[in-house]
Every structure is written in C-alpha cells, then in structure tokens.
Design a protein around this ligand. Sequence first.
Ligand SMILES: [Zn+2]
Length: 82
Amino acid sequence: MLIIGIGVTEVLLSTLVFTCETCGNNAAHQLTKQNRKFSLFFIPLFSVGTKYLDSCTACGRIIEVSKVQAEAAARQVGPDLR
Ligand SMILES: [Zn+2]
C-alpha cells in the first residue's frame, strides 16, 4: 500500500504592526510562508507550491500575498525599527 500525502510546513517570516483593513485595529500581523510538499511514505519528495500569508492577530483574517510583497514587507522590519 502506498502512503502518499501533502505535507505543509509553515515558517514565520516576520511580524508586522499596521492597521488592519478588516477590523481597523493597529494590530500585529504575522507574515508566514507555507510550503507544500508531496510526500511518499512520509518522506517529502518535491515542492508543490509555496504560499505567502498575512494573518491579523486581532481578527484572524488571512490573506494571500505575493512573494514580492512578502519579501518587501519582511525587509521593512530591519534594524532601524528597533
Ligand atoms: Zn484584523
């Protein structure tokens, strides 16, 4: 019997604070990268897609963002914000 599946790994890229357009709170938003991998017998074989998600910690709304947007946003959180 073959055991196949899709495994998802999630990596937190950065946490950004801005005003959420859904709830209006100046809340923290977590920028995460989701990697989907096709696996056989629980061994990840190849990537079947990468998604970048922005989730609001106040209301829980999640939107998908492009790789370019995600990388630009992650770069904004640099040493000058500390
Ligand atoms: Zn929100």
